[in-house]
Design a binder for this molecule. Structure first.
Ligand code: ZN
Length: 504
């Protein structure tokens, strides 16, 4: 029998979930179809709705309901119910523990931050951005103090995106990556060799790009009756519900790889959302877990599957038939090599899978230093460039191509960056376990038969919702905690076959 208090909790949480769904649809609309003239009106609508959601989430009656439930005998609740109560408590505490004044100042600074950052980046003038950044770090330290009293301030910020994960977990893992990847990238540079990718240059009609991306997304398992694919400035995955998942991409006539792999990446996020447990879909238990786990799903499809030799072999004829003029002399093997080139460059979002982790480690070390005061904001351009030199052997010619390139700090999103690389490591661990548990994974990829792979991810990860912490989920699925060795091995094996490194 369900307690009256639990029933009341379900009603309150479901309402918040419906409102969040509306918010998400408004956000999607703004990025995809809204006329530019509606910006101001939309901002007011979003702000009004955000106020209503905040009110619901901090309603003292929700607090009373939780307190009453916590006083009941937990033996009466099942696992899903216990998770809903625990997650509701976590969110309620996070929302109510932060003083209104601080919430307001952070929100104001965040919207101002974007404008200031855009201008500073355009003008290549870090000193215009520095005062805002300093203030944001102060506010985020204050926030940490309120949200997680007694916890290290940067750990608290990491917890906001990857709960239960701290610097003590991340630092040794990143040290391992540095020890292995820096020399590996160096030896690739020393070969002075790059795979031929001339056939990826040229003109690729957008309608054909779209048809190809749509086909592959569908083949992988994206359900278009419960989702859509559209165009936006930056690709993302949004939507209001597991039955309404919206992915986006962007097209450039002279580059089909970018849009295709963006679609595959966002499809990975979309499959996670569509694959959530049916029970309690409007309750916290069914929600996707963390940024890192979400990213593990997008990277799983983008890199482990779609950047593999087998996948390229399966799709090459289709791709060639789509762009016959450009690819007539290319082979599947040449295509595989061309989409897996490694080149140290300045911009994180354009980085390949091998150099990408070093972009993240650099940001992680800087954030750590900003929070423990071992790095001063004013020194950031120099610190940034020194680390780029140390890790990738290149020095950005401008701050626009260096310290000012990412928007994250302008909105106070400290502790977010590590989740990208944690996601890549999780993806590799999941892939390894999957190949141990399922037979014929490689054969299936080569045949383009992805259903068993999707079903495995559905069962092991998507349907687990928020039942466990990322650490516990990874342990349950793979039998061990976060372990970078699989990722390192994967990269070494892959790139020593593409580049003449003499390692094998
Ligand atoms: Zn992603």
């Amino acid at each position: 029998m369900t307690s009256v208090n639990y029933q009341s909790l379900v009603e309150k949480l479901s309402e918040v979930s419906y409102l969040n769904g509306v918010m998400s649809t408004l956000g999607w609309d703004q990025e995809v179809v809204m006329p530019i003239g509606a910006s101001e009106a939309r901002a007011q609508q979003i702000s009004a709705l955000a106020g209503v959601i905040h009110e619901r989430m901090t309603d003292p009656r929700l607090g009373d309901c939780l307190a009453a439930l916590e006083a009941e005998d937990s033996a009466y609740f099942d696992t899903l119910q216990i998770c809903n109560i625990r997650e509701a408590r976590r969110k309620y505490d996070l929302e109510t523990k932060i003083p209104k004044k601080l919430v307001k100042e952070m929100a104001g600074l965040s919207s101002q931050g974007h404008t200031v950052w855009v201008a500073a980046r355009r003008d290549n003038k870090f000193s215009d951005f520095a005062p805002l950044l300093k203030r944001f770090i102060e506010l985020k330290k204050e926030w940490a103090q309120c949200a997680f009293p007694g916890m290290d301030h940067y750990d608290a910020n990491i917890d906001n995106f990857e709960r239960g994960t701290t610097m003590a977990d991340i630092t040794p893992v990143f040290e391992r990556l540095k020890a292995e990847l820096i020399p590996l990238i160096q030896s690739i540079q020393d070969t002075h060799y790059q795979p031929d990718n001339s056939f990826l240059q040229g003109t690729f009609p957008v309608d054909k790009q779209e048809a190809l991306a749509r086909k592959i997304s569908k083949d992988i398992g994206f359900q278009f009756d419960c989702g859509r694919m559209d165009v936006s400035v930056h690709p993302f995955c949004g939507g209001s519900h597991p039955t309404d998942v919206r992915i986006t991409t962007r097209y450039q006539e002279n580059d089909f790889i970018e849009s295709l792999y963006a679609v595959i990446h966002e499809t990975g996020h979309g499959l996670y959302e569509q694959g959530r447990m049916l029970e309690g879909r409007d309750l916290p238990v069914s929600e996707s877990l963390t940024m890192g786990i979400h990213e593990s799903q997008s990277l799983f499809w983008e890199r482990m599957i779609a950047q593999s030799e087998l996948f390229c072999r399966h799709y090459f004829d289709t791709i060639k038939a789509t762009f016959p003029d450009n690819l007539q002399d290319a082979t599947a093997d040449a295509f595989y090599r061309a989409i897996n080139t490694c080149k140290a460059d300045f911009i994180r979002v354009e980085a390949d899978e091998l150099t990408y982790p070093l972009h993240i480690i650099l940001r992680y070390e800087i954030e750590k230093g900003l929070f423990d005061d071992s790095i001063a904001v004013d020194d950031l351009p120099e610190v940034w460039n020194d680390l780029m030199m140390k890790y990738l052997g290149i020095k950005p010619p401008t701050d626009t191509l260096g310290v000012l390139q990412d928007s994250h700090w302008s909105s106070g999103a400290f502790g977010y960056f590590p989740s990208y690389t944690l996601g890549a490591i999780y993806a590799c661990q999941f892939y390894q376990t999957m190949t141990n548990e399922l037979s014929d994974v490689e054969k299936n990829i080569e045949k383009g038969s992805f259903a068993p792979i999707k079903a495995w991810l559905n069962e092991k990860i998507h349907r687990q919702g928020s039942l466990f912490t990322p650490h516990d989920l990874v342990c349950r699925v793979t039998g061990e905690s976060l372990n970078p060795e699989y990722f390192i091995e994967y990269l070494k094996k892959k790139y020593s076959a593409i580049y003449p490194l003499g390692l094998e």
